[in-house]
Design a protein around this ligand. Structure first.
Ligand SMILES: Cc1cc2nc3c(=O)[nH]c(=O)nc-3n(C[C@H](O)[C@H](O)[C@H](O)COP(=O)(O)O)c2cc1C
Ligand SMILES: [Mn+2]
Length: 474
Protein backbone atom coordinates (compact mmCIF):
# COMPACT_ATOMS: atom_id res chain seq x y z
CA UNK A 1 0.00 0.00 0.00
CA UNK A 2 1.32 3.47 -0.77
CA UNK A 3 2.24 5.34 2.39
CA UNK A 4 0.35 8.39 1.24
CA UNK A 5 -1.13 10.08 -1.80
CA UNK A 6 2.13 11.88 -2.61
CA UNK A 7 4.02 8.60 -2.89
CA UNK A 8 1.40 7.37 -5.38
CA UNK A 9 1.62 10.62 -7.36
CA UNK A 10 5.41 10.28 -7.54
CA UNK A 11 5.07 6.74 -8.91
CA UNK A 12 2.45 7.87 -11.43
CA UNK A 13 4.93 10.50 -12.62
CA UNK A 14 7.46 7.75 -13.19
CA UNK A 15 5.35 4.89 -14.55
CA UNK A 16 2.13 6.42 -15.88
CA UNK A 17 0.86 9.84 -16.97
CA UNK A 18 0.68 12.90 -14.73
CA UNK A 19 -0.39 16.42 -15.66
CA UNK A 20 -0.12 19.48 -13.43
CA UNK A 21 -2.41 22.30 -14.50
CA UNK A 22 -2.00 25.75 -12.98
CA UNK A 23 -4.38 28.68 -12.92
CA UNK A 24 -7.73 26.93 -13.56
CA UNK A 25 -10.96 28.09 -11.91
CA UNK A 26 -12.70 25.97 -9.25
CA UNK A 27 -15.94 27.22 -10.80
CA UNK A 28 -16.55 24.61 -13.57
CA UNK A 29 -13.12 24.71 -15.20
CA UNK A 30 -11.70 21.82 -13.15
CA UNK A 31 -14.69 19.73 -14.21
CA UNK A 32 -14.43 20.71 -17.86
CA UNK A 33 -10.71 19.93 -18.02
CA UNK A 34 -11.26 16.58 -16.26
CA UNK A 35 -14.03 15.72 -18.75
CA UNK A 36 -11.77 16.50 -21.73
CA UNK A 37 -8.95 14.33 -20.37
CA UNK A 38 -11.36 11.39 -19.99
CA UNK A 39 -12.22 11.42 -23.69
CA UNK A 40 -8.93 9.70 -24.43
CA UNK A 41 -8.09 6.22 -23.23
CA UNK A 42 -5.50 6.11 -20.46
CA UNK A 43 -6.44 9.51 -19.10
CA UNK A 44 -3.64 11.15 -17.11
CA UNK A 45 -3.83 11.82 -13.41
CA UNK A 46 -4.46 15.55 -13.14
CA UNK A 47 -3.35 17.86 -10.34
CA UNK A 48 -4.73 21.37 -10.30
CA UNK A 49 -2.51 23.87 -8.51
CA UNK A 50 -2.64 27.67 -8.12
CA UNK A 51 -6.40 27.45 -8.49
CA UNK A 52 -8.02 30.83 -9.09
CA UNK A 53 -8.30 32.70 -5.80
CA UNK A 54 -6.22 30.18 -3.84
CA UNK A 55 -2.62 29.89 -2.77
CA UNK A 56 -0.17 27.51 -4.41
CA UNK A 57 -0.13 24.12 -2.68
CA UNK A 58 -3.90 24.02 -2.08
CA UNK A 59 -4.58 21.48 -4.79
CA UNK A 60 -7.34 19.37 -6.33
CA UNK A 61 -6.61 16.01 -7.94
CA UNK A 62 -8.79 14.17 -10.43
CA UNK A 63 -8.58 10.89 -12.39
CA UNK A 64 -6.97 9.13 -9.41
CA UNK A 65 -7.56 5.63 -10.80
CA UNK A 66 -8.79 6.38 -14.33
CA UNK A 67 -6.22 4.29 -16.24
CA UNK A 68 -5.66 0.51 -16.05
CA UNK A 69 -2.04 1.20 -15.07
CA UNK A 70 -3.05 3.31 -12.07
CA UNK A 71 -5.69 0.76 -11.06
CA UNK A 72 -2.98 -1.91 -11.05
CA UNK A 73 -0.60 0.32 -9.10
CA UNK A 74 -3.28 1.27 -6.57
CA UNK A 75 -4.26 -2.34 -5.94
CA UNK A 76 -0.71 -3.66 -5.89
CA UNK A 77 -1.09 -5.71 -9.10
CA UNK A 78 1.42 -6.09 -11.97
CA UNK A 79 1.55 -2.79 -13.85
CA UNK A 80 0.97 -4.27 -17.32
CA UNK A 81 -2.37 -5.93 -16.43
CA UNK A 82 -5.54 -4.62 -18.08
CA UNK A 83 -9.28 -5.39 -18.30
CA UNK A 84 -10.37 -8.83 -17.12
CA UNK A 85 -6.77 -9.71 -16.24
CA UNK A 86 -6.95 -7.16 -13.40
CA UNK A 87 -10.09 -8.80 -12.01
CA UNK A 88 -8.53 -12.24 -12.34
CA UNK A 89 -5.36 -11.22 -10.48
CA UNK A 90 -7.28 -9.52 -7.71
CA UNK A 91 -9.72 -12.36 -7.27
CA UNK A 92 -6.86 -14.78 -6.83
CA UNK A 93 -5.37 -12.52 -4.21
CA UNK A 94 -8.59 -12.33 -2.17
CA UNK A 95 -9.54 -15.99 -2.61
CA UNK A 96 -8.48 -16.94 0.94
CA UNK A 97 -10.21 -16.74 4.30
CA UNK A 98 -10.67 -13.12 5.34
CA UNK A 99 -8.54 -12.21 8.35
CA UNK A 100 -9.16 -8.64 9.45
CA UNK A 101 -5.95 -6.63 9.78
CA UNK A 102 -7.00 -3.68 11.98
CA UNK A 103 -5.32 -0.29 11.66
CA UNK A 104 -2.50 0.61 14.05
CA UNK A 105 -2.77 3.70 16.21
CA UNK A 106 0.10 6.18 16.02
CA UNK A 107 0.40 9.30 18.14
CA UNK A 108 0.38 11.81 15.31
CA UNK A 109 0.85 12.16 11.57
CA UNK A 110 1.09 14.61 8.67
CA UNK A 111 -2.71 15.03 8.66
CA UNK A 112 -2.33 16.95 11.93
CA UNK A 113 0.05 19.54 10.46
CA UNK A 114 -2.80 22.06 10.71
CA UNK A 115 -5.66 21.56 13.14
CA UNK A 116 -8.46 24.12 12.94
CA UNK A 117 -11.17 24.15 15.58
CA UNK A 118 -14.01 26.44 16.67
CA UNK A 119 -14.10 29.78 14.85
CA UNK A 120 -10.98 28.80 12.93
CA UNK A 121 -12.91 26.22 10.88
CA UNK A 122 -13.53 27.30 7.29
CA UNK A 123 -14.45 24.94 4.48
CA UNK A 124 -13.74 27.73 1.97
CA UNK A 125 -10.09 27.61 2.97
CA UNK A 126 -9.91 24.93 0.27
CA UNK A 127 -10.50 25.33 -3.49
CA UNK A 128 -13.76 23.36 -3.36
CA UNK A 129 -14.83 22.65 -6.94
CA UNK A 130 -18.16 23.19 -8.60
CA UNK A 131 -17.84 20.33 -11.08
CA UNK A 132 -20.77 20.58 -13.49
CA UNK A 133 -22.95 23.42 -14.78
CA UNK A 134 -26.21 22.35 -13.13
CA UNK A 135 -24.66 21.41 -9.77
CA UNK A 136 -26.34 23.17 -6.88
CA UNK A 137 -23.04 24.14 -5.29
CA UNK A 138 -19.46 23.21 -4.44
CA UNK A 139 -18.59 19.63 -3.46
CA UNK A 140 -15.65 19.04 -1.15
CA UNK A 141 -16.43 15.32 -0.96
CA UNK A 142 -16.62 13.31 -4.18
CA UNK A 143 -13.48 11.16 -3.94
CA UNK A 144 -13.90 11.08 -0.16
CA UNK A 145 -14.31 8.55 2.66
CA UNK A 146 -16.86 9.08 5.41
CA UNK A 147 -15.81 7.41 8.67
CA UNK A 148 -18.43 6.39 11.25
CA UNK A 149 -18.60 3.98 14.16
CA UNK A 150 -21.51 1.65 14.89
CA UNK A 151 -22.66 2.60 18.40
CA UNK A 152 -23.55 -1.01 19.26
CA UNK A 153 -20.67 -3.03 17.89
CA UNK A 154 -17.83 -0.55 17.41
CA UNK A 155 -17.62 -1.47 13.69
CA UNK A 156 -15.83 1.40 11.91
CA UNK A 157 -17.22 1.90 8.42
CA UNK A 158 -15.68 3.90 5.59
CA UNK A 159 -17.93 4.84 2.69
CA UNK A 160 -17.68 7.24 -0.22
CA UNK A 161 -20.71 9.53 0.02
CA UNK A 162 -20.82 12.97 -1.52
CA UNK A 163 -20.42 16.06 0.65
CA UNK A 164 -21.50 19.55 -0.36
CA UNK A 165 -19.92 22.53 1.40
CA UNK A 166 -22.74 24.88 2.41
CA UNK A 167 -21.03 27.49 4.55
CA UNK A 168 -17.77 27.75 6.46
CA UNK A 169 -18.74 25.11 9.01
CA UNK A 170 -21.74 23.32 7.54
CA UNK A 171 -21.81 20.56 4.93
CA UNK A 172 -24.55 18.29 3.58
CA UNK A 173 -23.93 14.56 3.39
CA UNK A 174 -25.71 12.28 0.92
CA UNK A 175 -25.63 8.61 2.00
CA UNK A 176 -28.17 6.44 0.23
CA UNK A 177 -30.45 4.15 2.23
CA UNK A 178 -28.98 0.66 2.14
CA UNK A 179 -25.46 1.98 2.50
CA UNK A 180 -23.66 1.34 5.76
CA UNK A 181 -23.19 5.00 6.61
CA UNK A 182 -26.94 5.61 6.45
CA UNK A 183 -27.60 2.58 8.65
CA UNK A 184 -25.10 3.70 11.30
CA UNK A 185 -26.32 7.32 11.36
CA UNK A 186 -29.89 6.16 11.86
CA UNK A 187 -28.89 4.24 15.00
CA UNK A 188 -27.60 7.44 16.63
CA UNK A 189 -30.58 9.48 15.47
CA UNK A 190 -33.06 6.95 16.87
CA UNK A 191 -31.40 7.50 20.27
CA UNK A 192 -31.80 11.24 19.96
CA UNK A 193 -28.07 11.72 19.34
CA UNK A 194 -26.08 13.07 16.45
CA UNK A 195 -23.61 10.79 14.68
CA UNK A 196 -19.89 11.63 14.89
CA UNK A 197 -18.30 11.62 11.43
CA UNK A 198 -14.92 12.28 9.87
CA UNK A 199 -14.80 12.97 6.14
CA UNK A 200 -11.46 12.27 4.51
CA UNK A 201 -11.09 14.39 1.36
CA UNK A 202 -7.89 12.94 -0.08
CA UNK A 203 -6.31 9.56 0.57
CA UNK A 204 -3.96 7.09 -1.10
CA UNK A 205 -5.95 4.99 -3.56
CA UNK A 206 -6.12 1.51 -1.96
CA UNK A 207 -8.04 2.43 1.17
CA UNK A 208 -10.14 4.85 -0.88
CA UNK A 209 -11.08 2.09 -3.30
CA UNK A 210 -12.27 -0.03 -0.37
CA UNK A 211 -14.47 2.85 0.79
CA UNK A 212 -16.35 2.91 -2.51
CA UNK A 213 -16.54 -0.86 -3.06
CA UNK A 214 -19.14 -3.25 -1.70
CA UNK A 215 -17.24 -4.54 1.32
CA UNK A 216 -19.36 -6.82 3.50
CA UNK A 217 -21.61 -5.29 6.16
CA UNK A 218 -19.94 -5.38 9.57
CA UNK A 219 -16.43 -5.49 8.09
CA UNK A 220 -14.33 -2.36 8.47
CA UNK A 221 -12.82 -1.12 5.22
CA UNK A 222 -9.71 -0.37 7.33
CA UNK A 223 -9.39 -4.07 8.22
CA UNK A 224 -10.11 -5.16 4.65
CA UNK A 225 -7.52 -2.80 3.16
CA UNK A 226 -4.96 -3.97 5.73
CA UNK A 227 -5.70 -7.62 4.91
CA UNK A 228 -5.52 -7.02 1.17
CA UNK A 229 -2.26 -5.06 1.38
CA UNK A 230 -0.69 -7.28 4.06
CA UNK A 231 0.07 -4.26 6.24
CA UNK A 232 -2.12 -2.18 8.53
CA UNK A 233 -3.24 1.38 7.88
CA UNK A 234 -1.81 3.93 10.34
CA UNK A 235 -4.45 5.96 12.15
CA UNK A 236 -4.56 8.82 14.63
CA UNK A 237 -7.42 9.93 16.83
CA UNK A 238 -9.56 12.72 15.40
CA UNK A 239 -9.13 16.21 16.82
CA UNK A 240 -12.82 16.66 17.68
CA UNK A 241 -14.41 13.23 17.36
CA UNK A 242 -13.35 9.87 18.75
CA UNK A 243 -12.83 8.21 15.39
CA UNK A 244 -9.67 6.75 13.84
CA UNK A 245 -8.52 8.90 10.91
CA UNK A 246 -5.73 7.96 8.51
CA UNK A 247 -2.47 9.50 9.76
CA UNK A 248 -1.50 10.28 6.16
CA UNK A 249 -4.84 11.66 4.94
CA UNK A 250 -4.71 14.98 3.12
CA UNK A 251 -7.73 16.74 4.65
CA UNK A 252 -10.18 15.51 7.30
CA UNK A 253 -13.42 17.28 8.21
CA UNK A 254 -14.74 16.25 11.61
CA UNK A 255 -18.11 16.93 13.09
CA UNK A 256 -21.59 15.85 14.05
CA UNK A 257 -24.00 14.44 11.47
CA UNK A 258 -27.32 15.77 12.67
CA UNK A 259 -30.68 14.02 12.50
CA UNK A 260 -32.97 15.39 9.77
CA UNK A 261 -35.62 15.72 12.47
CA UNK A 262 -33.46 18.40 14.06
CA UNK A 263 -32.27 20.28 11.00
CA UNK A 264 -31.98 19.92 7.24
CA UNK A 265 -30.57 22.07 4.45
CA UNK A 266 -31.15 21.84 0.72
CA UNK A 267 -28.52 19.71 -1.00
CA UNK A 268 -27.92 19.30 -4.73
CA UNK A 269 -28.73 18.85 -7.44
CA UNK A 270 -25.56 17.02 -8.35
CA UNK A 271 -24.52 15.46 -11.67
CA UNK A 272 -24.64 11.84 -10.55
CA UNK A 273 -22.81 8.64 -11.46
CA UNK A 274 -25.53 7.46 -13.80
CA UNK A 275 -24.51 10.43 -15.93
CA UNK A 276 -27.63 12.49 -15.18
CA UNK A 277 -29.23 14.87 -12.73
CA UNK A 278 -31.70 12.16 -11.66
CA UNK A 279 -32.14 13.34 -8.08
CA UNK A 280 -33.46 16.80 -7.35
CA UNK A 281 -32.31 19.44 -4.87
CA UNK A 282 -33.90 18.32 -1.61
CA UNK A 283 -33.63 18.68 2.19
CA UNK A 284 -30.70 16.67 3.55
CA UNK A 285 -29.15 16.02 6.94
CA UNK A 286 -26.07 18.13 7.63
CA UNK A 287 -22.67 17.92 9.26
CA UNK A 288 -21.83 20.62 11.81
CA UNK A 289 -18.08 20.86 11.34
CA UNK A 290 -16.12 20.95 14.60
CA UNK A 291 -12.57 20.60 13.31
CA UNK A 292 -10.57 20.41 10.12
CA UNK A 293 -7.16 18.73 10.04
CA UNK A 294 -4.95 18.92 6.99
CA UNK A 295 -1.48 18.43 5.62
CA UNK A 296 0.91 21.25 4.83
CA UNK A 297 0.02 21.41 1.13
CA UNK A 298 -3.32 19.63 1.08
CA UNK A 299 -4.94 17.89 -1.87
CA UNK A 300 -8.68 17.37 -2.35
CA UNK A 301 -9.24 14.18 -4.33
CA UNK A 302 -12.16 14.81 -6.65
CA UNK A 303 -14.05 11.99 -8.31
CA UNK A 304 -17.09 13.65 -9.90
CA UNK A 305 -19.18 11.49 -12.22
CA UNK A 306 -18.07 11.98 -15.80
CA UNK A 307 -19.01 11.04 -19.35
CA UNK A 308 -18.16 9.19 -21.48
CA UNK A 309 -16.43 7.22 -18.74
CA UNK A 310 -16.00 7.58 -14.99
CA UNK A 311 -12.67 7.92 -13.24
CA UNK A 312 -13.17 5.32 -10.49
CA UNK A 313 -12.31 2.11 -12.35
CA UNK A 314 -10.59 0.46 -9.38
CA UNK A 315 -13.82 -0.19 -7.50
CA UNK A 316 -15.24 -2.05 -10.53
CA UNK A 317 -12.23 -4.36 -10.39
CA UNK A 318 -12.71 -5.23 -6.72
CA UNK A 319 -16.49 -5.54 -7.04
CA UNK A 320 -16.01 -7.83 -10.08
CA UNK A 321 -13.46 -9.94 -8.18
CA UNK A 322 -15.80 -10.35 -5.19
CA UNK A 323 -18.72 -11.33 -7.45
CA UNK A 324 -16.54 -13.81 -9.36
CA UNK A 325 -15.37 -15.49 -6.15
CA UNK A 326 -18.94 -15.64 -4.81
CA UNK A 327 -20.19 -17.31 -8.00
CA UNK A 328 -17.24 -19.67 -8.01
CA UNK A 329 -18.31 -21.03 -4.62
CA UNK A 330 -21.62 -22.13 -6.14
CA UNK A 331 -21.05 -22.85 -9.83
CA UNK A 332 -18.34 -24.35 -12.01
CA UNK A 333 -17.10 -22.82 -15.24
CA UNK A 334 -17.09 -19.11 -14.31
CA UNK A 335 -14.48 -17.54 -16.59
CA UNK A 336 -14.89 -13.89 -15.73
CA UNK A 337 -17.12 -11.16 -14.30
CA UNK A 338 -16.89 -7.64 -15.69
CA UNK A 339 -18.76 -4.52 -14.66
CA UNK A 340 -18.51 -2.48 -17.85
CA UNK A 341 -17.43 1.11 -17.10
CA UNK A 342 -19.18 2.41 -20.23
CA UNK A 343 -22.48 1.09 -18.80
CA UNK A 344 -21.67 2.78 -15.47
CA UNK A 345 -20.37 -0.43 -13.89
CA UNK A 346 -23.02 -2.09 -11.74
CA UNK A 347 -25.90 -1.64 -14.21
CA UNK A 348 -23.95 -3.48 -16.93
CA UNK A 349 -22.74 -6.80 -15.54
CA UNK A 350 -21.22 -9.29 -17.99
CA UNK A 351 -20.30 -12.83 -17.01
CA UNK A 352 -18.46 -15.42 -19.05
CA UNK A 353 -19.42 -19.06 -18.42
CA UNK A 354 -18.24 -22.37 -19.79
CA UNK A 355 -21.67 -24.00 -19.78
CA UNK A 356 -21.66 -27.48 -18.29
CA UNK A 357 -25.28 -28.44 -17.56
CA UNK A 358 -28.80 -27.47 -18.61
CA UNK A 359 -29.80 -24.23 -16.92
CA UNK A 360 -26.21 -23.31 -16.03
CA UNK A 361 -26.38 -19.87 -17.66
CA UNK A 362 -29.74 -19.08 -16.05
CA UNK A 363 -28.56 -20.08 -12.56
CA UNK A 364 -25.55 -17.81 -12.85
CA UNK A 365 -27.59 -14.93 -14.23
CA UNK A 366 -30.26 -15.12 -11.54
CA UNK A 367 -27.61 -15.29 -8.82
CA UNK A 368 -26.11 -12.05 -10.13
CA UNK A 369 -29.52 -10.42 -10.57
CA UNK A 370 -30.38 -11.05 -6.94
CA UNK A 371 -27.25 -9.27 -5.71
CA UNK A 372 -28.01 -6.05 -3.89
CA UNK A 373 -25.87 -4.16 -6.43
CA UNK A 374 -27.78 -2.43 -9.20
CA UNK A 375 -27.29 -4.90 -12.06
CA UNK A 376 -29.90 -3.71 -14.55
CA UNK A 377 -28.39 -5.88 -17.29
CA UNK A 378 -26.82 -9.26 -16.66
CA UNK A 379 -25.33 -10.56 -19.89
CA UNK A 380 -24.09 -14.14 -20.05
CA UNK A 381 -21.48 -14.94 -22.69
CA UNK A 382 -19.60 -18.15 -23.49
CA UNK A 383 -16.05 -18.84 -22.36
CA UNK A 384 -14.57 -17.88 -25.76
CA UNK A 385 -15.71 -14.30 -25.12
CA UNK A 386 -13.71 -11.88 -22.97
CA UNK A 387 -16.40 -9.97 -21.05
CA UNK A 388 -14.13 -6.93 -20.81
CA UNK A 389 -13.78 -6.76 -24.61
CA UNK A 390 -16.72 -4.73 -25.91
CA UNK A 391 -16.21 -5.91 -29.51
CA UNK A 392 -16.46 -9.56 -28.48
CA UNK A 393 -19.47 -8.95 -26.22
CA UNK A 394 -21.32 -7.09 -28.99
CA UNK A 395 -20.50 -9.91 -31.41
CA UNK A 396 -22.04 -12.40 -28.98
CA UNK A 397 -25.11 -10.22 -28.51
CA UNK A 398 -25.48 -9.75 -32.25
CA UNK A 399 -25.15 -13.44 -33.09
CA UNK A 400 -25.91 -15.76 -30.14
CA UNK A 401 -28.88 -14.04 -28.55
CA UNK A 402 -32.34 -14.72 -29.98
CA UNK A 403 -34.38 -12.02 -28.24
CA UNK A 404 -37.64 -14.01 -28.30
CA UNK A 405 -36.24 -16.68 -26.03
CA UNK A 406 -32.89 -15.41 -24.70
CA UNK A 407 -34.01 -12.68 -22.32
CA UNK A 408 -35.65 -13.00 -18.87
CA UNK A 409 -37.12 -9.88 -17.37
CA UNK A 410 -37.62 -9.67 -13.62
CA UNK A 411 -39.32 -6.84 -11.81
CA UNK A 412 -39.31 -5.31 -8.36
CA UNK A 413 -35.63 -4.99 -7.49
CA UNK A 414 -33.99 -2.28 -5.43
CA UNK A 415 -32.91 0.93 -7.07
CA UNK A 416 -32.10 4.45 -5.85
CA UNK A 417 -33.55 7.91 -6.28
CA UNK A 418 -30.83 9.08 -8.65
CA UNK A 419 -31.75 6.39 -11.23
CA UNK A 420 -32.88 8.50 -14.21
CA UNK A 421 -35.31 5.81 -15.42
CA UNK A 422 -37.62 5.77 -12.39
CA UNK A 423 -41.03 6.81 -13.80
CA UNK A 424 -42.41 10.11 -12.46
CA UNK A 425 -45.39 8.38 -10.80
CA UNK A 426 -43.11 5.87 -9.06
CA UNK A 427 -40.77 8.68 -8.04
CA UNK A 428 -43.54 10.72 -6.46
CA UNK A 429 -44.72 7.71 -4.45
CA UNK A 430 -41.06 6.96 -3.58
CA UNK A 431 -41.35 3.51 -5.15
CA UNK A 432 -37.69 3.07 -6.03
CA UNK A 433 -37.92 -0.34 -7.63
CA UNK A 434 -36.57 -1.33 -11.01
CA UNK A 435 -36.48 -4.31 -13.33
CA UNK A 436 -33.55 -6.44 -14.42
CA UNK A 437 -32.87 -8.13 -17.74
CA UNK A 438 -30.97 -11.39 -17.92
CA UNK A 439 -29.63 -11.69 -21.42
CA UNK A 440 -28.26 -14.98 -22.73
CA UNK A 441 -25.77 -13.98 -25.40
CA UNK A 442 -24.44 -17.53 -25.28
CA UNK A 443 -25.00 -20.65 -27.33
CA UNK A 444 -28.16 -22.52 -26.24
CA UNK A 445 -26.96 -25.39 -24.08
CA UNK A 446 -29.36 -27.97 -25.57
CA UNK A 447 -27.60 -27.78 -28.98
CA UNK A 448 -24.29 -26.23 -28.01
CA UNK A 449 -22.34 -28.97 -29.85
CA UNK A 450 -24.22 -28.26 -33.09
CA UNK A 451 -23.67 -24.49 -32.91
CA UNK A 452 -21.76 -23.39 -36.04
CA UNK A 453 -18.04 -22.98 -35.44
CA UNK A 454 -16.67 -19.45 -35.51
CA UNK A 455 -14.42 -18.20 -38.31
CA UNK A 456 -11.76 -17.18 -35.81
CA UNK A 457 -8.60 -19.14 -36.51
CA UNK A 458 -7.06 -21.35 -33.84
CA UNK A 459 -4.42 -19.80 -31.56
CA UNK A 460 -1.67 -22.17 -32.81
CA UNK A 461 -2.25 -21.32 -36.46
CA UNK A 462 -2.34 -17.60 -35.65
CA UNK A 463 0.84 -17.78 -33.61
CA UNK A 464 2.75 -19.73 -36.27
CA UNK A 465 1.67 -17.32 -38.98
CA UNK A 466 2.56 -14.34 -36.84
CA UNK A 467 6.06 -15.72 -36.31
CA UNK A 468 6.57 -16.57 -39.98
CA UNK A 469 5.39 -13.13 -41.19
CA UNK A 470 6.70 -11.14 -38.22
CA UNK A 471 8.46 -8.51 -40.36
CA UNK A 472 5.50 -7.88 -42.66
CA UNK A 473 3.03 -7.75 -39.77
CA UNK A 474 5.09 -5.45 -37.58
C1 LIG B 1 -17.02 8.46 -6.72
C2 LIG B 1 -18.12 7.79 -5.95
C3 LIG B 1 -19.11 8.56 -5.36
C4 LIG B 1 -20.14 7.97 -4.62
N1 LIG B 1 -21.09 8.75 -4.04
C5 LIG B 1 -22.02 8.19 -3.26
C6 LIG B 1 -22.98 9.01 -2.58
O1 LIG B 1 -22.99 10.22 -2.68
N2 LIG B 1 -23.88 8.41 -1.76
C7 LIG B 1 -23.89 7.05 -1.61
O2 LIG B 1 -24.72 6.55 -0.85
N3 LIG B 1 -23.03 6.23 -2.28
C8 LIG B 1 -22.09 6.78 -3.10
N4 LIG B 1 -21.20 5.99 -3.75
C9 LIG B 1 -21.30 4.52 -3.63
C10 LIG B 1 -20.73 4.03 -2.34
O3 LIG B 1 -19.50 4.62 -2.04
C11 LIG B 1 -20.51 2.51 -2.39
O4 LIG B 1 -21.75 1.89 -2.61
C12 LIG B 1 -19.88 1.94 -1.12
O5 LIG B 1 -19.99 0.54 -1.16
C13 LIG B 1 -20.55 2.47 0.11
O6 LIG B 1 -19.87 2.01 1.27
P1 LIG B 1 -20.64 1.09 2.31
O7 LIG B 1 -20.84 -0.22 1.58
O8 LIG B 1 -19.72 0.98 3.45
O9 LIG B 1 -21.92 1.77 2.61
C14 LIG B 1 -20.17 6.57 -4.50
C15 LIG B 1 -19.18 5.80 -5.10
C16 LIG B 1 -18.16 6.39 -5.82
C17 LIG B 1 -17.11 5.54 -6.44
MN1 LIG C 1 -19.00 -0.74 4.44
Amino acid sequence: MYKDLQEFIDDVGQYDRLKVIEGADWDLELGLITELTLRKPDAPLVIFDRIKGYNAGYRVLSNLVASPRRVAMALGLPREAKGLELVKLLRTRIDRPFKPLPPVKVSTGPVKYHVHTGGDVDLWEFPVPKWHGLDGGRYIGTGDMVIQKDPDTGWVNLGTYRVQALDKNTAALHANPGHHGAEIARKYWERGQSCPVAVVCGQEPLLWTMACSNIQRGVSEYDYAGWLAGEPVEVVKGAAVDLPIPAHAEIVIEGEFISPEVETRVEGPFGEWWGYYGGKASPHPIIRVKAICHQKDPIIVGCPPMLPIDNDLARLIIDGAELWNDLDRHYPGIKGVWLAPEGRGGPMCIVSVQQQFPGHARHVATALASSVALHRWVIVVDDDIDPSNNAEVLWALGTRCEPANSIDIMEGFRTIASNPRVEPEKRSSRNFASSRALVYACKPYSWIKDFPPSVKSGPDALKKTEEKWAKELA
